[in-house]
Design a protein around this ligand. Sequence first.
Ligand SMILES: Nc1nc2c(ncn2[C@@H]2O[C@H](COP(=O)(O)OP(=O)(O)OP(=O)(O)O)[C@@H](O)[C@H]2O)c(=O)[nH]1
Length: 397
Amino acid sequence: MFNATIDVATTLLFAGFCHAMMAGVLLLFWRNRRTGVGFGWWVACEALVATGQLLALGRAWSPGIAMVLIANTCLIFSVPMVETGLRTFLGQQTRVAMLRIWGLAGIVYLGWLLGLLAGWETATRAMWFSGGLLLQAGFAVNYVLRIPRSGAMRLPINLMLTSVLMVAGALLARLFVLAPQLGGTYNIQHDTALALLNISSIFSGFCRTCAALMLVHTRIEAELRRTQARLEERANTDWLTGVASRDHFETSVALLQANAARAGCPVTLLLFDIDHFKSINDSHGHQAGDLLLQRIGQLTRDAVRDGDLVGRLGGDEFAVLFYNCDLSAAEAVADRLREQVKLLPTPGKAVGLSGGLTLLQPGERFTSAYQRADMALYAAKGAGRNQLKALAPPLPA
Ligand SMILES: Nc1nc2c(ncn2[C@@H]2O[C@H](COP(=O)(O)OP(=O)(O)OP(=O)(O)O)[C@@H](O)[C@H]2O)c(=O)[nH]1
């Protein structure tokens, strides 16, 4: 008849190697230095479990007390590392929590050590050892359960929870198996519960490793998204005035025009520039010029509606795309803006604006509308500045 038993030594060997490989994989990621804070605790945890399990197996060849002492030290202190790593990673490393986690590990360790020195039976020591680990795992379960789960964090946190629950379950089972053996004959070689605990530690370590890698991946991805958004914002915005950059203005025109064509509403382009801006720069300095550009950018943004687009095309030249706005309505807004600019406090005389307006034809390219608005602007300058001129689009042939 077939009779299968799980032997403790084989599970220790197998689990020890599995944890060593997990530690190796985590170490490779840790070395690239993008893993962030907390990750090192998880590397250390897997390394300690591997060392503890392989040294526990080593007792077969070196039966002295040293092996078991080092092995159990590694195993007890590997447990708090999971929660410490997670708290550090998530920025929840409070002093009270750290004291509780490491203090408890210290008490379990000292109790076990005293038991060893006092000559407790192996079963009693194993009971204390597993009970202490269970208590630690219980606190870790309680902590992981309370971590908010949302989006990409959900799966890795659930994997962490699975990892600690698995170990807690196996420890609980071991306590049930050990209890009746207290005071009786206990043979660690045939402790099936211990063998199952070793096997469960492999699955638990696998969940932890996946969770650690996923957490790091989530963090790196979030960082990349933030950087990309910052770069896009920087590329789309004029550094001085905060209105759209020329590039962004030009690309947005096509989009707004397509929307307007679908909705059947008019779009008007205004180009304006500051009269004699060079002389303001020359007589009051570039800083005064910059300040004026900033104020005019702000006034223009305040003057237009939400769906309109304001941009600085270069130097002292601004543009506005009025959405769902015909030529005369846009001219009225531009004229009000021109009056407001005249009232701006300046070190010299009042500032004038010259502007050119034109209505965009459906599907018309920005460059051709720009040329028309520029001709109108040129006409306004030629007619004595500080005024607006409008140029209608050519009639269809
Ligand atoms: N302060 C400041 N000056 C700028 C900036 N960009 C361009 N300029 C200056 O703006 C001035 C623009 O001058 P012009 O294009 O000759 O026009 P203008 O003096 O306003 O003359 P008209 O347009 O004919 O009335 C130049 O002296 C540029 O050096 C900027 O970001 N800040």
